[in-house]
Design a protein around this ligand. Structure first.
Ligand SMILES: CC(C)(COP(=O)(O)OP(=O)(O)OC[C@H]1O[C@@H](n2cnc3c(N)ncnc32)[C@H](O)[C@@H]1OP(=O)(O)O)[C@@H](O)C(=O)NCCC(=O)NCCS
Length: 166
């Protein structure tokens, strides 16, 4: 477990966290939420690395994030902070943990998709150095909303490292 600046302890997620994650998914992603079965598959899937952010004071799980490494590149699978705890650095801490892991396993790039209308997430990712690559029409269903595909080259100088220490 690692304790980070905004009073968050980042720890691995396990099968026992599924009921809480299931609730978070519906709260944060609505119609686009993953089912509990999909979440369970993700937690146990090959190359996956899922972590939770626990409030250091209360022990309550307040965020979660997941990465997939395919032996070449990594993909941010999800990231979320519960409504009452947003905008205090939890998302940034979780993203920093994912990027740290991506570096550790030797990923060349990190990719992700994000809804084109998701300003908080876009700002979070751009602050970490991600750049927009292209737009995928109707990527999010059933809402039928486009996605930006974004990438971060981990060997590029002056990207997420500066951001993590700012
Ligand atoms: C995106 C999300 C994970 C950010 O989590 P967070 O814990 O609030 O993130 P942080 O506090 O670390 O904020 C990091 C940066 O994100 C941006 N940000 C966060 N909330 C924002 C908001 N409501 N409006 C605009 N920018 C916002 C800011 O740039 C912020 O940095 P700043 O506070 O220094 O300006 C959170 O809003 C969330 O869970 N959203 C719903 C789920 C989701 O859309 N996930 C992303 C899927 S691609």
């Amino acid at each position: 477990m690692t304790e980070l600046d905004p009073g968050v302890v980042v720890r691995p997620l396990t099968h026992a966290d599924l009921p809480v994650l299931d609730r978070f998914e519906r709260e944060l992603f609505g119609a686009g939420a993953w089912s509990r079965a999909s979440l369970a598959e993700e937690l146990a899937g090959p190359g996956r690395w899922y972590v939770g952010g626990q409030d250091a004071a209360t022990g309550e799980l307040i965020g979660y994030a997941g990465l997939w490494f395919d032996e070449i590149d990594a993909q941010v699978m999800t990231i979320g902070t519960t409504a009452g705890h947003q905008r205090r650095g939890v998302g940034g801490a979780l993203l920093a943990a994912l990027l740290g892991r991506a570096r550790e396993v030797g990923a060349a790039h990190v990719y992700l998709e994000v809804r084109v209308d998701n300003d908080p997430a876009l700002r979070l990712y751009e602050r970490a150095g991600f750049v927009r690559m292209g737009r995928r029409r109707g990527y999010y269903q059933p809402e039928d909303v486009d996605a930006w595909t974004m990438s971060l080259a981990l060997d590029a100088p002056g990207t997420d490292d500066e951001w993590m220490s700012s």
